[in-house]
Design a binder for this molecule. Structure first.
Ligand SMILES: [Zn+2]
Length: 261
């Protein structure tokens, strides 16, 4: 059988089998499989592919590679342009810490720790949210309108990867980390009866989630949360100009108590 040479961008090689991590793969061209199918069968989810070139010319995933084709598979460009503005995300069940961090910096982020794959895809499609996951199988599902693979082993790396990939506008301290609702300032007198005496004595500035009613103030975890926010804002400022020019307000009077650990 004739052969096709496929060269993968460096950013895509983590998806390849160890023997292919050099990035160049020779594979048989059967004349019937689409290039998209061939790329996916080598392990690379199509939502991670930014373009396909055959002898330097762009082709669609439906292209059928033929003998002696030389194919380049490009990674998505960073920051990635999305069909929704501002970006909205749905995080897979294992990414709860990253979900809370995204909310902390004001990014619209849905998350539930008990959603199965079909439910995740349905919700992503219905609410036009980009599904973020570390499950490549999920990204290969045809029904999913848009997804992305989250790189990194822990929340620090994963959060940094997402900020770099999507450059979302940041609006720290505007969203409930527990439920993704919007926070509004609330007078101390209106909530005093809900507070522990120690909190009532120590804090004067409060915000309330419009969706779940949770109260926020600059509590015990505040320093750690501020560090996370400051690092995110720094990385947004140092990133190349993204598809979104409006970075939103940076900083606000309120903070929150539950830690995104
Ligand atoms: Zn809430």
């Amino acid at each position: 059988m004739s052969q096709v040479l496929i060269e993968f961008a460096a950013d895509l090689r983590l998806f390849l089998a160890p023997r292919n991590r050099g990035g160049q793969v020779r594979t048989g061209a059967d004349g019937t499989s689409s290039l998209g199918h061939v790329v996916e069968s080598l392990g690379v989810p199509l939502p991670e592919v930014g373009g396909l070139l055959v002898h330097g010319h762009p082709v669609a995933p439906a292209h059928r590679p033929t003998a002696d084709d030389v194919v380049r598979v490009l990674a998505v460009r960073r920051p990635q342009r999305l069909p929704i503005t501002p970006p909205r995300f749905l995080l897979d069940v294992h990414l709860g810490t990253v979900a809370r961090r995204l909310r902390l910096v004001g990014v619209d982020t849905a998350y539930g720790n008990d959603l199965d794959d079909d439910t995740l895809i349905e919700q992503a499609n219905r609410e036009r949210r980009v599904l973020l996951t570390q499950d490549r199988g999920l990204l290969r599902r045809r029904r999913l309108w848009l997804g992305a693979f989250v790189r990194g082993a822990g929340p620090d790396e994963q959060f940094g990867d997402l900020l770099g990939r999507f450059a979302p506008p940041l609006a720290p301290w505007t969203r409930c980390t527990a439920c993704n609702g919007s926070l509004s300032p609330v007078g101390k007198e209106a909530v005093a009866h809900l507070l522990e005496p120690g909190t009532r004595r120590s804090y004067d500035v409060f915000a309330r989630c419009e969706a779940c009613g949770r109260l926020y103030w600059k509590g015990a975890h505040h320093r750690r949360l501020e560090e996370i926010v400051e690092a995110a804002v720094r990385s947004a400022c140092s990133a190349p100009p993204g598809p979104h020019s409006d970075r939103g307000p940076s900083g606000g009077p309120v903070s929150e108590d539950p830690s995104p650990s």
